[in-house]
Design a protein around this ligand. Sequence first.
Ligand SMILES: [Zn+2]
Length: 216
Amino acid sequence: MNLLEQAYQELYPERKESRDLILSYSGRFRGYNANIRMNWGSITINASKKWKVVSSDIQKGLYQELLVRLLKVRKNSINIDLYHNFIKSLSNVAPKTQTHPVLEQSFQRVNEQFFNGMLAQPNLKIGSGVNRLGTYEYATDTVMLSRILLENEELMDYVMYHELLHKKHQYSAKSGRQLHHGKKFRDAERMFPDAEKLELELNKLVRKHKRVGWFW
Ligand SMILES: [Zn+2]
């Protein structure tokens, strides 16, 4: 029995799966990513090679999390909790290899003003997109801000603050759903001076850049 079959059986002891459960590892994935797909004869999980050396209890949690999302049969398990704790802990050990001078200044301002300088600097990088102003990736401890924020320090700091709140508060997970913007997060977000006004300005900035994009 492969680990995916074990994960399935432990999660859904009452179900009988008629499809083959196929597990494969691949070097194509970034970090600890994985995906799941299903057709008439099989359910296949492809996971980053990095998972091979992770303890099987944590791996089973990943596979169960993906199964819950695919089959939409909500279930919790100890393995799923272990998996989420593992992902959250990765940010503490992720190698710090990427930075950017302007983002670094923004990080330092926000860290001083809102976190008493206590947050460790994550990887920092510029993204080329307009639709996503910023992201935070737990597994690699990376804040990415869109290049269009470079022209406005206040907006840049506001989005930086949002992404750093993800680093600080992390997320909660239940039954295949992840809550990234819970009440604590939203309350903290509003501590930023003029947060409401800045939200409006962010919308304007995105619209302006989309317009420019259409012209060219
Ligand atoms: Zn967010």
